[in-house]
Design a protein around this ligand. Structure first.
Ligand code: MLT
Length: 411
């Protein structure tokens, strides 16, 4: 009989967001009168329409595909040159950061890339992951066989968990032991925290000393308001030798349904082969993409390119302002109730301490049943997330106003 991948059997319960979806459906099915009244601030999914610049570019690209002269079939697996250049210029070189066009790999999402990147790393790497964490980093390592079994609280044997709490500003301490792959996400999902330049410098210096690689998820960089906070790990000297950066158009351009993102793999980045020889990872990722991926459709890449036009940049800015105003209101509402509030100042997530005597799934149920608001329970992001809940600022203004009223009436 065919054998399955036993690692999948180690996975604890469902992926967080489908599990929330399941509970919400159950609630809606048994309370049909309240189903329309429900406001979703759980998954960080955008609500505002796609920028006009992106729509126009996408439509024009679709028209090109309608004529023999301009028709295109398969594109380059790493992404079209026009988009790779727009990204390298717009996100890096224009900000004084050196990244070459062919170090940009266009993809259909950072969730996919942060999981797929494990294809180019061998077995036996010690994986360091923050707690709480975006669950994809953990689950993809379980699937890849990089962990043992989970214990009763859901922590997997073999993973080096790095607790993040209010006292360390939700930025982990440098490990005392050697680790090989380090997942960092700033602005952080789920806590909304940011890492300072000094903190990132320490991480880069640790990674270089240890020969470790930082997998830096910067999907929320566009939400940074404080100019002193680094937007890219490559703002830190030496990061090109020890970091891969993941970015996405999902949250800044409203592309969660359109799908486009990219990963930066600098050519200097090395890892060891089984003979202890240092080899560049860039050709490996390029090869991986050529074999397993056909990039993103031409109209979508044209839409992403349009986000770098003047009109596109203005529209992105308005979207960010919209969501950050929501975050501000949510922060104030929670503070007014007397809850401890974190994040939401440079990120679209507000991270809130649950009222005493209620745990995070208890809070989820209370908010669902009494306030008719979907939030995300902190425990879904890891053991250290217990006692917190996350509110996503991705919503319309009027929904956020209603959520603030309901929060105050419920707690
Ligand atoms: C979240 O809510 O954490 C995000 O939407 C997840 C994602 O971007 O995949």
């Amino acid at each position: 009989m065919a054998k399955l991948n036993n690692n999948y059997l180690k996975l604890k319960a469902g992926y967080l967001f489908p599990e929330i979806g399941r509970r919400v459906k159950l609630f809606s099915d048994s309370n049909p009168e309240n189903a329309d009244n429900l406001i979703r601030c759980g998954i960080g999914d955008v609500t505002e329409p796609l920028p006009l610049a992106a729509r126009d570019a996408m439509k024009a690209a679709v028209d090109e595909l309608g004529h023999h002269e301009t028709f295109r079939g398969y594109g380059p697996e790493q992404g079209y040159d026009f988009l790779r250049a727009a990204i390298a210029d717009g996100d890096y070189r224009d900000n004084g950061i050196s990244v070459e066009d062919d170090e940009i790999f266009v993809s259909d999402g950072s969730k996919c890339d942060t999981g797929n990147i494990l294809d180019i790393f061998g077995n036996g790497n010690k994986i360091a992951i923050t707690d709480p964490v975006y669950p994809v980093y953990v689950d993809t390592n379980v699937m890849a066989g990089n962990t043992g079994e989970a214990n009763e609280s859901g922590a997997y044997e073999g993973i080096h968990y790095m607790p993040c709490h209010a006292e360390n500003g939700f930025v982990p301490e440098i490990p005392q032991e050697r680790v090989d792959l380090i997942y960092l996400c700033y602005p952080n999902n789920p806590t909304g925290a940011t890492a300072t330049r000094e903190q990132l410098e320490k991480w880069v210096s640790y990674a270089r000393e240890q020969g470790a690689i930082i997998l830096y998820d910067a999907a929320y960089q566009a939400f940074i308001q404080d100019q002193s906070v680094p937007r890219s790990i490559y703002e830190i000297d030496g990061a090109r030798e020890c970091a891969i950066e993941f970015r996405s158009f999902s949250k800044n351009g409203g592309f969660t349904g359109v799908r486009c993102a990219f990963t930066v793999v600098p050519k200097e980045l090395m890892a060891e082969d089984e003979n202890g020889e240092r080899r560049s990872l860039h050709p490996l990722w390029s090869r991986r993409q050529s074999t397993k991926f056909n990039s993103v459709s031409y109209p979508v890449q044209k839409a992403a390119e349009a986000l770098y036009s003047d009109a596109g940049k203005n529209e992105v800015k308005s979207l960010i302002t919209h969501y950050m105003e929501n975050a501000k209101k949510l922060r104030s509402a929670c503070s007014e109730i007397g809850l401890s509030v974190y994040g939401g100042e440079n990120a679209p997530y507000v991270w809130v301490a649950c009222p005493e005597s209620i745990d995070s799934w208890g809070m989820f149920d209370k908010m669902l049943n009494e306030a008719k608001v979907v939030i995300t329970p902190g425990a879904g992001f890891g053991e250290a997330g217990e006692g917190f809940f996350r509110i996503s600022a991705f919503n319309s203004k009027s929904n956020v106003d209603t959520v603030c009223e309901r929060l105050k009436a419920t707690l």
